[in-house]
Design a protein around this ligand. Sequence first.
Ligand code: SF4
Ligand code: SF4
Ligand code: SF4
Length: 275
Amino acid sequence: MKHIRKYLHPIIFLIVFETVAVTLWLTKNNLFYLLNFSYIGFSISLGLFLFIRKYKHARRVVQLLVGLYMLVYLGLICHENMQIEGFWYYLFTGVFEAATIHYAVAKIFGPLIFGRGWCGYACWTAMILDFLPYKVPAQPRKKIGWIRYITFAVSLVFVSALFLAKAGHIERIMFWAFIAGNIAYYGIGIALAFALKDNRAFCKYICPITVFLKPMSYFSLIRVQCKKDKCIDCGKCKRVCPMDVDVTDNSRSRKNGTECILCMECVKNCPKNAL
Ligand code: SF4
Ligand code: SF4
Ligand code: SF4
């Protein structure tokens, strides 16, 4: 029982992903879904397991396992546009396929359970940004988060325009949009990280996917909580947080609460094991 409690989070993740994998495999009669979601669930659970075993690079292992799989295999080899444009595209065509399922699981309904775990463990954009030198932001957060709504609107208008113009070869356009979109994300993300001395500046101000992620993760089942009786208010957790979350406040409306990517830096650095 003690072991089950200790490894509860990896077990929950494994069960959730296996449930999705088996359900989609059976309902859509496609083995790909079983392999895909089993692989992702196993990778995330492995990372959480390594974290509990105190392996320093546990999260990076998951980021690389999942991020590279999605970018290289699903995106470049299978030509599946997993960026937000791909989501709009498959949504408009009414096809419930990989990109729409991916968004439903990772970015719309999944965050009700695991918050922004996607951002901490699976996103291939952040997988690269997290290698940059500014792991802890050097400056206070800027009030330019509204930019994300513009990029969100631009992605929607872009795909809508393709449909309204009845553009031919949309599948091909979507593949090249995936390539161009990724180059743009990496270019802007890396430039912003150096300009603002903050690896996660792109996530905080530009990324359109946060328009889905933030409101849903507000209700997240899994969240870092502070044991007030142990906390000595040293402030270390806030200093090491890449997303500026006030993690000592247990309320849902805590400062930048919907920004938490469950990276566990605060937990690792708390001198009193209060998180
Ligand atoms: S905010 Fe966007 S770019 Fe950053 S990790 Fe999340 S999905 Fe990836
Ligand atoms: S690091 Fe731990 S002890 Fe210090 S303020 Fe945060 S929760 Fe409290
Ligand atoms: S350091 Fe803690 S509060 Fe900040 S993003 Fe990571 S898990 Fe969330």
